[in-house]
Design a protein around this ligand. Structure first.
Ligand SMILES: [Fe+2]
Length: 366
């Protein structure tokens, strides 16, 4: 049987508790990073470093390959957000060669005191993905005023390893998303080009929906989603027979039945895009009625996603002010009157109110 002295025992407990801390940190960050955008991941990295290692300052720097400089992406604490670090600031570049964190404990006694006048001690670790170097994380000034220990270095390295993979994935994902959106938008444009009745519809609906969203002061992220929803809202018409879309005359009941399938078809076409769940639902329900009376699925009020309710007003405004095979376009004034008339039945009154504010703002009544 092994005999531990008290010192050995407390050392072992300390090591175990460090390992536990490291493991639980890894568990925490590997899960949350996988579903976030680059900006969100960086904000989490900074928060994790501050909370887990217990520092007052933390910053994520991205490598600008063209400028060959490290530039601040996100930070908290005593940090100058506009500062950029060229290769002459060797203190920040050293860890890239060594591929591990470097600590500088008495900054004020070094040549770097003018670069970091507000910091006493600093640790930096490179953030690398599988493919390339992304940047670095800097932490500075422990809450306890202590020096940085090897356990801090291990924890920072664990954060950087997970962050590197997560940021690289998020970049790849957003590139894919842009590619995909480009391809789908081209499809929508091709669809519109094949029917002169709908030429430019998507672009105008997007402009109207985004304008209403601005008046409603939607958050930046939701505005971005609303734009994508608007661009894709009629994608399901790809599956509508061309002779119906191009028909020069009134549609009969069967033809309307076909047209009414397009929200479901659109949702179906996009169903594999797991990150588009809210967008897909908004496309599916963009022809619902606020009072639930005549929609395709019979949803009502808040059951209809907000983006779909905005889209309904924008879509109708464009439809009314465009020529259709079975009727001539109405003036903007007439279209506005019609939308106001249908507030509370077809449309969400709050959306109509914002629509009217936008109309007033840009003097569109004529
Ligand atoms: Fe539609």
């Amino acid at each position: 049987m092994m005999n531990y002295t008290d010192d050995n025992l407390s050392l072992t407990i300390q090591e175990l508790s460090n390992t536990y801390e490291e493991l639980s940190l890894l568990y925490r960050i590997s899960g949350i990073f996988s579903v976030l955008s680059v900006d969100e991941i960086c904000a989490r990295i900074v928060a994790e470093a501050v909370n887990t290692i217990g520092v007052q300052t933390s910053a994520v720097l991205f490598l600008d390959e063209k400028k060959k400089k490290l530039c601040t992406k996100t930070f908290t604490g005593n940090w100058d957000k506009d500062i950029e670090f060229g290769e002459d600031i060797t203190v920040l570049w050293k860890p890239f060669e060594a591929n591990r964190p470097s600590a500088f404990c008495k900054l004020r006694e070094t040549e770097y005191s003018t670069i970091f006048p507000d910091l006493k001690s600093l640790m930096i670790c490179p953030i690398k993905g599988k493919v390339k170097v992304i940047g670095a994380i800097v932490i500075a000034d422990k809450d306890s005023d202590e020096e940085f220990y090897s356990n801090d270095s291990k924890l920072l390295m664990a954060i950087c390893t997970q962050a590197g993979l997560a940021i690289e994935n998020a970049f790849l994902y957003s590139e894919l998303e842009t590619l995909l959106l480009g391809a789908i938008s081209s499809l929508v444009r091709a669809l519109e080009a094949s029917s002169h009745w709908t030429a430019g519809h998507t672009e105008r609906v997007t402009e109207y929906a985004v304008s209403i969203g601005h008046v409603m002061e939607l958050e930046k992220d939701l505005m971005e989603r609303l734009k994508i929803t608007s661009l894709l809202h009629d994608i399901g018409k790809i599956a509508t027979p061309k002779e119906i879309l191009n028909k020069n005359g009134k549609l009969d009941e069967d033809e309307w039945f076909e047209i009414k399938k397009h929200p479901s078809m659109g949702a179906d076409i996009l169903r594999e895009l797991k990150q588009f769940e809210d967008i897909i639902l908004s496309i599916k329900y963009h022809h619902e009625y606020w009072d639930g009376s005549r929609g395709i699925f019979g949803l009502r009020m808040d059951e209809i996603p907000l983006m779909a309710r905005i889209l309904a007003v924008a879509d109708t405004f464009d439809a009314l002010t465009s020529d259709r095979p079975y009727r001539l376009k109405r003036s903007k004034k007439e279209a506005i009157t019609e939308i106001v008339r249908c507030s509370g039945t077809q449309f969400d009154p709050a959306v109509v109110e914002s629509f009217l504010k936008w109309v007033e703002l840009f003097n569109l009544q004529r």
